[in-house]
Ligand binder design. Structure first.
Ligand code: GLU
Length: 422
């Protein structure tokens, strides 16, 4: 039986946005085959493994692990691994699809993949985390590789976890830093990879403000989140753009101060108290409340689906920069569009991380390492070129930035597939 995706199929937001972009592509080039284009939405391969772990107390447990390999027409599958209880094949499928679109919209030679383990790493000791990571690597070792599929960090995974993966993989396949990105510098990581997603968000914010005539030196910015993206992004937006950060949050709650937040003090407090409740430099509120506070620019940078039908009509920002993947539900996106809120979509806004992952991989394959100014310069070049390609198409065809970004990405993937003869 054919499993073609039609418009009648109930779909996730990423599929809905892809279908809208396919309609646009067909208007621009009616010679394209709609069924062929819709087939791009489907992943190429889905891997599910049962990852064993001997706990410190001797008990034997298993956790489900996943790797979804979405599309590799433009290059090896590429995308993060996350450790989170919500990880499942459906989530990995959506995020892998987003990765294919993300690498295509910024025009780096990769496809898309995503995976992880359905585990809360906070419940594991450091030794347990290492054993689980090594066991997972063994189970997927024949599916990954520097020219097949290159994982990277994502939610709750970091350089140390990438180091264990590269070590375990290299035991069986020879020294191979290019199998993974987001590694510590000592093991072939790239300078500037840690700040890359935040820096990319900062460049997109700058370009969007320019386009919409927002004066950044007077702009007030709310970040939802305080992980890697928000902690670098918030500082860069203040230091390099002169804007003021007035909101930040952790999973337990948020702080808001319309006069500005002392980011360094908030970080010290956050690390010490594992949350922001009680921090004196702002009013404490829920994450939901933070998203609808007065601000010029809103940057959700935590988990998926921050913007829903329940809050889209209350968002006060003029510009929404999607730091988080799969940030906005499809019905909420319509509300944002009707309200004239300018959205920089996730596949463009947060692509800085995978762009510097690409630089890391290039350096690994070359065995030649770049300095930080070079990384930053190359990142800026790629982000600005991608932004202007998307914004140019949006203006020319009166599209939202999201539809324009998806249209650019799907067209690039489709052309690569057609040239290969798939
Ligand atoms: N996890 C990041 C993302 O969602 C980075 C992926 C990568 O560097 O491969 O874009």
């Amino acid at each position: 039986m054919s499993t073609t995706i039609s418009k009648k199929t109930t779909c996730d937001a990423v599929t809905t946005y892809s279908l809208a972009a396919i309609d646009q592509l067909l208007k621009m080039d009616p010679s394209l085959d709609p069924d062929f284009l819709r087939a791009i939405i489907k992943p190429k391969r889905e891997i599910v493994v049962e990852v064993p772990l001997r706990r410190d107390d001797g008990k034997y447990v298993t956790y489900q692990g996943y790797r979804v390999q979405h599309n590799d027409a433009r290059g090896p599958f590429k995308g993060g691994l996350r450790y989170h209880p919500s990880v499942d094949v459906k989530e990995a499928r959506t995020l892998a699809h987003l990765m294919s679109l993300k690498t295509a919209v910024v025009n780096i030679p990769y496809g898309g993949g995503k995976g992880g383990i359905a585990v809360d790493p906070k419940t594991l000791s450091i030794g347990e985390l290492e054993r689980l990571t090594r066991n997972f690597t063994n189970l997927i070792q024949h599916n990954i590789g520097p020219h097949t599929d290159i994982p990277a960090p994502d939610v709750n995974t970091n350089g140390q976890i990438m180091a264990w993966i590269v070590d375990e993989y290299s035991k069986r396949h020879g020294h191979c830093p290019g199998v993974i990105t987001g590694k510590p510098i000592e093991l072939g990581g790239s300078l500037g990879r840690d700040e890359a997603t935040g820096r990319g968000v900062m460049y997109c914010t700058r370009e969007a403000a320019k386009e919409k005539g927002v004066n950044l030196t007077k702009a007030k910015v709310v970040f939802q989140g305080f992980g890697n993206l928000a902690s670098f992004g918030a500082r860069l937006i203040e230091q390099e753009l002169g804007a003021t950060v007035i909101g930040l949050s952790s999973s337990q709650g948020a702080i808001y101060n319309k006069n500005g937040i002392d980011i360094d003090a908030a970080e010290v407090y956050y690390k010490k108290n594992r949350g922001l409740k009680g921090f004196k430099g702002g009013d404490f509120m829920t994450n939901d409340e933070l998203l609808v506070q007065e601000c010029d620019i809103l940057i959700p940078s935590a988990l998926e689906k921050a913007i829903t039908l329940a809050n889209a009509s209350k968002v006060k920002a003029k510009i929404l920069v999607e730091g988080a993947n799969d940030c906005t539900e499809a019905d909420a996106d319509k509300v944002l569009e009707e309200r004239g809120i300018f959205v920089v979509p996730d596949i463009l806004a947060n692509a800085g991380g995978v762009v510097v992952s690409y630089f890391e991989w290039v350096q690994n394959l070359d065995n030649h390492y770049w300095d930080l100014p070079q990384v930053r310069k190359e990142l800026e070049k790629i982000m600005v070129a991608a932004y202007s390609k998307v914004s140019g198409l949006a203006t020319e065809h009166h599209l939202s930035m999201r539809t324009a970004a998806y249209t650019v990405a799907i067209e690039r993937i489709a052309r690569a597939m057609m040239l290969r003869g798939m």
